[in-house]
Design a protein around this ligand. Structure first.
Ligand code: PLP
Length: 369
């Protein structure tokens, strides 16, 4: 069903049979000139749309000035981004890496350091990344099995069994407010509140993995803001620099800071170009855009049966294999993702217009007919 290009790439991905060369807003242009309406946005990454002028200008300006100095020195974009993210969080300190997995690794190390404990509790069905630590807390056995033994001390729970899994050895409870890769499944109501109470009771850290759900994707800057449950730490990546590689761990000011020089590091973390773009992204996620995400998400949800998710992180449950449907959508000039085996995943740019939303709905109805 999928075509390999023949390029010397290790086959870790089964790619769709298309090669893109240009992008603009919600549109991608393939080698042959064909245009595609993009409801994937690089898997919830290109939140402002392709070539959005604000991060583009910020990155271009920084490219002309300074690319890299290492974390032995400070740069203005990194300091500015940390300050902006702290403001959005309501007081936090940042560590910057280059991906979601790295943000999760930093969170695991931080939680172990500040608690002096090894235990990690995560949910079945979760996804936290492919590096060894992040994979160890990913609640999908098939993804873990070929790479065992992994990091010890991990317990998996369901929202119903969370209380049994957390104990005096727990360093952190790590949760996605909406499970993304696991099928776009919002946590059942009350789960974040329960996790907060359990973390407080046992002296564990509550870490929310907002790599996919953060940066306005669910209609709030952080998905936890829908509940008001404040985590001790949050991980961000994907949408943070609109497509340039970046990841961040934010630790709440009231949580123990834990790290001292030498505890953790990243050569490229806090790269000035990525941070400059990210500053422009954070500024662009304002009340108007968040309202647009909520409204557009509600329109998309209402247009189909069997939907789930929040804001513009949505799944349509098909009850049959989703990949052939995604391939057919491609032929109709529409990019959709999949979530698990049987659901389509829609993560369009947050900036998708009303007309583009209408077109997406019409095309998807055609494909699903
Ligand atoms: N955490 C969550 C919730 C994710 O959805 C992902 C990626 O999909 C990751 C972590 C890993 O991010 P990355 O692929 O940037 O390492």
């Amino acid at each position: 069903m999928t075509v390999l290009t023949g390029a010397p790439l290790l086959p870790t991905y089964a790619r769709f049979p298309v090669t893109f060369v240009d992008g603009e807003g919600c549109w991608l242009i393939a080698e042959d000139g064909k245009r595609y309406l993009d409801l994937v946005a690089g898997i919830a990454v290109v939140g402002l749309g392709h070539r959005h002028p604000a991060p583009l200008e910020a990155a271009q300006e920084q490219l002309e000035r300074l690319w890299h100095v290492s974390n032995l020195y400070s740069t203005l974009p990194m300091e500015e981004l940390a300050t902006k993210l702290s403001g959005r969080f309501g007081g936090a300190h940042a560590f910057f890496g280059n991906s979601g997995s790295e943000a999760v690794e930093a969170a695991i190390k931080w939680a172990r350091k500040v608690t002096g404990r090894a235990g990690l509790v995560a949910l079945e069905g979760s996804f936290h990344g492919r590096t060894m630590g992040a994979l160890s807390i990913t609640g999908q056995p098939a993804k873990r099995a070929p790479f065992e033994p992994l990091v010890p001390g991990v317990r998996f729970a369901t929202p119903e069994t969370l209380a049994e899994a957390v104990g005096p050895d727990t360093a952190a409870i790590v949760l996605e407010p909406v499970q993304g890769e696991g099928g776009v499944r919002p946590l059942p109501a009350g789960t974040l509140e329960l996790a907060r109470a359990l973390a407080d009771e046992h002296g564990a850290m509550l870490v929310l993995d907002e790599v996919q759900s953060g940066l306005g994707r669910t209609g709030e800057f952080f998905a936890w803001q829908h509940s008001g449950v404040r985590p001790d730490a949050v991980t961000l990546a994907k949408g943070l620099a609109n497509g340039l590689p970046i990841g961040a761990l934010l630790v709440a000011d009231e949580a123990p800071s834990g790290f001292v020089p030498g505890d953790h590091a990243s050569t490229f973390g806090g790269n000035p170009v990525a941070c400059a773009a990210a500053c422009a992204v954070v500024d662009a996620i304002d009340a108007e855009l968040l309202a647009h995400v909520r409204e557009t998400g509600a329109r998309l949800e209402a247009a189909f049966d069997n939907t789930r998710g929040a804001g513009l992180l949505l799944a349509i449950e098909l009850g049959r294999p989703a990949m052939p449907v995604a391939l057919e959508a491609l032929e109709h000039g529409l990019l959709v993702g999949t979530a698990g085996e049987t659901a389509l995943r829609l993560t369009p740019p947050l900036t998708i217009s009303a007309e583009e939303t209408d077109l997406a709905i019409a095309l998807l109805h055609e494909v699903l007919a």
